[in-house]
Design a protein around this ligand. Sequence first.
Ligand SMILES: [Zn+2]
Ligand SMILES: [Zn+2]
Length: 280
Amino acid sequence: MSSESPVSLWLLGSGSQGNAAAVAWGERLLLLDAGVDLPVLLARMRDADLHPWYVEEVLLSHGHRDHVLGAAAGAKAYGWRVWATLGTVWRWRALRGVDVRPFEAGAAFDAGPFRVRTAATPHDVDDSAAFVVEAGGVRIGYCTDLGHAPDAVVALLQGVDALVLESNYDEAMLRGGPYPPELQARVGGPTGHLGNAQAAEVARAVAHPGLRHLVLGHLSRHNNTPALALASMRRALEGTAFRGVVHAAPPDTVLGPLTLEPAMPEGAPAGVERGMPHVG
Ligand SMILES: [Zn+2]
Ligand SMILES: [Zn+2]
């Protein structure tokens, strides 16, 4: 692997039935969440042509089942090193028997060859985090399961080349949908999930010409549709510096690879294409 190896991103599941994403730099693999039952996660990885033995690091955003479910089993079977906050370890007993490296939400650390920066996210579980993973000159943001985006999260996500961003619910669908009022209040509250309008605000705050892939994630099956989420986001990004592609992550199939070349060094001649052709 050279420092020029491209970095690729796959979504392997997104939403309340299970979340996982993979980042590859050359042959080095990192998972962002592993909230899919291990056999299913392995099947998705096979679909993506990713081998579980190549996974070295797993970053867990928080302790909810849909982000953690397959992590301990994968760590036992394949020696994955799991990075989790103490709140996540505390909540998910199975993690106590595997190689867990605790981190504090807000900290930065090296997970193998990947530089990781984090920020605390407001969610209805202790100690949850958003990530930016950096390798080969490419930055990938992963920001899901938060009721609102504090300044520290918006600051963390500045300058990313690709971003997985929660866009859980359409406001009108949530209000008129099947959830009882308490659950509506929880989902839409300050420690619940980001709705389409909130995701749009975050995207506008971090939009820049180098952001090539914006993946809307954790879409609710009851309170959102991919078409609504995409339309809301594309509208919000009109007139911004965003020049990339917006995707909606499918709940239970693979999206990717989204391949990212490192940015051109400063002073590179103008007009030189910066990235690979867009996928999606
Ligand atoms: Zn979730
Ligand atoms: Zn959650």
